[in-house]
Design a protein around this ligand. Structure first.
Ligand code: KG4
Ligand code: ZN
Length: 351
């Protein structure tokens, strides 16, 4: 079993490397270092420009990896395995990480493991909370995905629901643009919403009463109409941000609560960039009180980072899995171990 794993993440606009070190074969690694370099260049364009992201990863990655090794006090010859985000994400950005990881592993004759980005997000709370173990339900909410999973064991992911259109983070980013706020939109909306009156506007809560699926594009259109109808956007902006955030978070937490009740799980994991929202985690904790404990990583580990990739890679390596030299970056990649159960199975457990 690997005792030192170097993680690399370059799927979007964060260049990140991290080192995980085992504690005497207990199988629960400790985070020895984490370096995250956020690419500010995209703020000028109001969104991630893929070609610029790839070039920035290319320029920064060697220094970011060296820094992570130095902060961990580890030389590369002590690294047993390199874990790298294989997908999903921006293919050019992913390619930089994958090629670099392959070169490092090949040259040093180390093990290589490709990691699914969303499995990384799922493992993020386990970096800080080594006792975290399934069964639990997980809500993974990022810029590209909204996944509600029943997790009976690590590596087994039963899909309860996902979004039919926009991801939750994508909705935050698009609405932030409508409101004239910067990128990324989630933190800007959360901040502005603190000054908003919750009763000034009311937006629809799509699919609130139905099952486990999500839909956010209609909500975005409702905000667009309200922005157009506003006679004074300067005055209305915080109230619109508040009403939008309230609608999204109500839908997310209602579905999470439904999943907890349907599965009987005593733990609910929140992960992905949207889980950086303290408003989301506070609402989930309040609504699930008495039913489930909410496990969520600190914001640094919920945003894109290499520690979660190293941790998910650690798990895969512990199963004896290895990638070979044909490992390739993939913009679309199915989550390993994803099962799509029949809806009736959950319906019967609800009663
Ligand atoms: O996981 P992540 O860092 O990148 C992807 O894998 O996509 O998620 C980024 C998303 C962005 O859409 C961003 O607006 C959202 O997470 N986000 C938030 C907050 N912080 C980041 N959304 C709502 N509230 C926040 N505080
Ligand atoms: Zn992510």
């Amino acid at each position: 079993m690997a005792e030192v794993v170097l993680g690399i993440e370059t799927s979007c606009d964060e260049t990140s490397a991290a080192v995980l070190v085992g504690r005497g074969g207990k199988g629960r690694p400790e985070l020895a270092s984490l370096v995250i370099l956020s690419q500010d260049v995209h703020q000028v364009f109001g969104g991630v420009v893929p070609e610029l992201a790839s070039r920035a990863h290319l320029a920064a990655l060697p220094a970011v990896v060296d820094r992570a090794l130095a902060e961990a006090g580890v030389v590369f010859t002590a690294v047993d395995a390199v874990a790298v985000t294989q997908g999903p994400g921006l293919v050019g950005a992913l390619l930089v990480g994958v090629v670099y990881a392959k070169a490092l592993a090949y040259a040093g004759n180390r093990a290589l493991i490709g990691v699914h980005h969303m499995e990384g997000h799922l493992f993020a709370p386990a970096v800080e909370d080594p006792e975290l173990e399934p069964p639990f339900v997980a809500l993974l909410v990022s810029g590209g995905h909204t996944l509600l999973l029943d997790v009976p064991a690590w590596g087994r992911y039963r899909l309860l629901g996902q979004t039919r259109d926009d991801a939750a983070g994508e909705a935050f980013d698009k609405v932030a643009t409508l409101l004239g706020l910067g990128y990324p939109g989630g933190p800007a909306i959360e901040c502005l919403a603190t000054q908003g009156d919750p009763d000034r506007f009311s937006f629809p809560r799509p699919l609130l009463d139905e099952g486990f699926e999500f839909s956010f594009s209609g909500l975005k259109t409702a905000v667009l109409r309200a922005v157009r109808a506003s006679g004074d956007l300067e005055r209305d902006r915080p109230h619109l941000a508040r009403a939008f955030q309230d609608a999204v978070l109500d839908v997310l937490v209602t579905k999470l609560e439904r999943a907890v009740r349907a599965t009987g799980c005593g733990t609910a994991v929140l992960g992905g960039g949207v889980a950086c929202s303290r408003t989301l985690t506070a609402l989930a904790a309040e609504r699930l009180r008495g039913a489930a404990r909410v496990a969520v990583a600190s914001p640094r580990l919920n945003a894109d980072n290499a520690a979660m990739i190293a941790r998910a890679g650690w798990y895969r390596l512990s199963l004896g899995e290895r990638s070979n030299w044909t490992l390739d970056a993939q913009a679309d990649l199915p989550l390993p171990g994803l099962e799509v159960p029949q809806p009736a199975r959950y319906a019967s457990r609800t009663s």
